[in-house]
Design a protein around this ligand. Structure first.
Ligand code: AMP
Length: 188
């Protein structure tokens, strides 16, 4: 089984992805993490993309495609991938479909963790020291949330039409969310 996980910053996507990885013996393929690793390791690619990443723009679809193909083509990860941070636009959706076809795989499930902006704001204020740049941090978080929702909308719509999208209410406790996700995966 291959799946994709979506969720705005602060929705607990990392926690849920960790849980699914362990419970179902999957591998989390985070394109953001792969790209950051290239930068940390000072590779040619890393040097080329570091300024793009630092401004928050998207790296070219081709670069991401090459990184993703390394995993999709590897028998070790066959039908065991959780895509995180990918696909980010409709071109990447198409690329992912073609790559999976090429290696005789598909996406079985798309999870979207849904959390309201109000909840995200509340979580930030609970987590942070209120005296320290709390307004700034809240503003940045709101911006990131809105950008995220807007940019993922067409991608989410695409999977919704394929009937493989499950929207998970991310406002509940971690355990409740874990359980719902497990139940969904167990039915596949
Ligand atoms: P993330 O950790 O998913 O927020 O990604 C961090 C940064 O890596 C993003 O701001 C982009 O610059 C780059 N990135 C990650 N995933 C992708 C992707 N699928 N397509 C293009 N750029 C990406």
């Amino acid at each position: 089984m291959n799946l994709i996980i979506f969720g705005p910053p602060g929705a607990g996507k990392g926690t849920q992805a960790d849980f699914i990885v362990k419970k179902f013996n999957l591998y989390q393929l985070s394109t953001g993490e792969l790209l950051r690793k290239e930068i940390r390791n000072n590779t040619n690619l890393g040097n080329r993309i570091s300024s793009i990443i630092s401004t928050g723009s998207l790296v070219s679809d081709d670069i991401v495609k090459k990184l993703v193909e390394i995993f999709i083509s590897d028998e070790k990860y066959k039908n065991r991938l959780i895509f995180d941070g990918y696909p980010r636009n409709l071109t990447q959706v198409e690329t992912l479909k073609n790559l999976l076809n090429k290696y005789e795989q598909k996406i079985d499930l798309v999870l979207k963790l849904s959390v309201s902006l109000e909840t995200i704001k509340k979580r930030i204020s609970e987590r942070q020291n209120l005296e320290k740049r709390a307004d700034d941090q809240e503003e940045t978080a709101i911006k990131r949330y809105k950008t995220y929702e807007k940019s993922t909308e067409p991608v989410i719509e695409y999977y919704k039409k394929l009937n493989i999208l499950k929207v998970i209410d991310g406002e509940r406790s971690i355990d409740q969310i874990n359980k719902e996700i497990s139940d969904i995966i167990n039915l596949i």
